[in-house]
Design a protein around this ligand. Structure first.
Ligand code: B12
Length: 316
């Protein structure tokens, strides 16, 4: 598995099939983020190199030169099948290799998450009914996804220091970790500072982190029916805090309690996919009026949009 964080212009040039002097010129012109060693040698972070390849849709003449496993075949769907298969088999190396190749090829990250990554986990969803091995397969596949998504997260550029903050989690009693990690990567890619608080977060600590961190956007992922029922019973301190701080709350997941779309609440916006979150987070980031339409279309069941939405939120 590839490890070195930095690439020499020579290695990067070999991977791209261009001359070393071209890469050095691009670095000096600032086209590729680069730095200098104490000895004055140029070095390019692997993440910056990956972003450059992705942004310019550059073909790799020799992927192995930078430790990327060449992709086998290019038929449509081949990559999705490879990802699904890697998730189901708990094959971390292959999952990371194919996910990295899809990222370099410029594939939409949210589409990858809603598609092959989620499908891979959905397809093992019933194994637990057939015995204890089903549970360890679910654990293994979940860990593979967590590792792979964390590697992909490391390719993203750091958001601006003054970028708005988005935090999120799965509520108390909900052990599911993948969807919340996906959401954090999607908002980070949309230019937010992201803070994933993971699974099973008690509502009291959610309220306290809202008080201290004052996020502009907050995501909730509901997968466990029992945890959703518990959230419905205990939600009022959270809703009071969200109203007080004018936090924009988005929620999704198979167990999202529809009741949240009725009554006072705090203006939950139900988004059914990571693609929807991507569009929502990008529009809210720039506070365009069209966000209203986008959200209303996506969550026609949601409560009328509050003033927050028109960019009066805090922590911007
Ligand atoms: C992995 C897994 C586990 C793992 C979880 C590991 C972990 N820590 O994450 C473990 C082994 C712990 C587990 C345990 C159990 N599980 Co389980 N599990 C799954 C499985 C296979 C995948 C879940 C997952 O991560 N999916 C990947 C995510 C990304 O996909 P997704 O949830 O569909 O999310 C997509 C959208 O909904 C949306 N989305 C989701 N959240 C959000 C949030 C926002 C803000 C947005 C915008 C979008 C969004 O975007 C995502 C990408 O498209 C599902 C099968 C399934 N169909 O999902 C069963 C499943 C959820 N489990 C199930 C069951 C029954 C159980 C057990 C009771 C089994 C048992 N007897 O042990 C226990 C209960 C645990 C508990 N305390 O609740 C049932 C239903 C659960 C329920 N009714 O509450 C399912 C549906 C399987 C089935 N078909 O029966 N499970």
């Amino acid at each position: 598995m590839v490890t070195e964080r930095y690439l020499s212009p020579k290695k990067f040039a070999a991977a791209l099939g261009v001359s070393e002097s071209s890469v050095k010129r691009w670095a000096d012109e600032g086209k590729i983020e680069s730095s200098r060693t104490e000895g004055g040698h140029r070095r390019i972070s692997r993440a910056a190199a990956y972003r450059y390849i992705r942004a310019n849709r550059l073909p790799l003449a020799d992927p192995a030169a930078i430790g990327i496993e060449p992709e086998d075949g290019d038929e449509p769907g081949k990559h999705a099948d490879a990802l699904i298969d890697a998730v189901k088999k708990g094959d971390e190396r292959r999952f990371i290799s194919v996910l990295t190749a899809r990222y370099l090829a410029g594939e939409n990250v949210a589409t990858l998450f809603d598609g092959p990554v989620a499908d891979g986990l959905h397809q093992i969803g019933d194994l637990w009914r057939h015995g204890p091995e089903g549970i360890h397969i679910e654990h293994r596949s979940t860990e593979v996804c967590i590792q792979g998504l964390s590697v992909l997260r490391s390719f993203l550029s750091e958001p601006a220091a003054d970028a708005p903050l988005a935090i999120g989690c799965s509520p108390s009693g909900d052990p599911y970790r993948v969807a919340s990690l996906m959401a954090s990567i999607i908002v980070a890619e949309a230019g937010w500072r992201d803070r994933n608080l993971g699974a099973d977060l008690p509502i009291e600590s959610l309220v306290s982190v809202m008080e201290t961190e004052r996020p502009r956007l907050l995501w909730l992922s509901f997968t466990s029916d029992a945890a959703s029922e518990a959230f419905l019973r205990k939600r009022s301190p959270f809703e009071e805090k969200a109203r007080e701080l004018q936090t924009v709350v988005v929620a999704g997941g198979r167990a999202f309690p529809r009741k949240l779309l009725k009554g006072e609440g705090c203006g939950y916006h139900f988004l059914s996919s990571m693609e929807a979150l991507d569009a929502f987070a990008r529009a809210l980031r720039v506070g365009t009026p069209s966000i209203g339409t986008a959200a209303r279309v996506e969550s026609e069941k949601s409560i009328e949009l509050g003033p927050v939405f028109r960019g009066t939120g805090n922590n911007a």
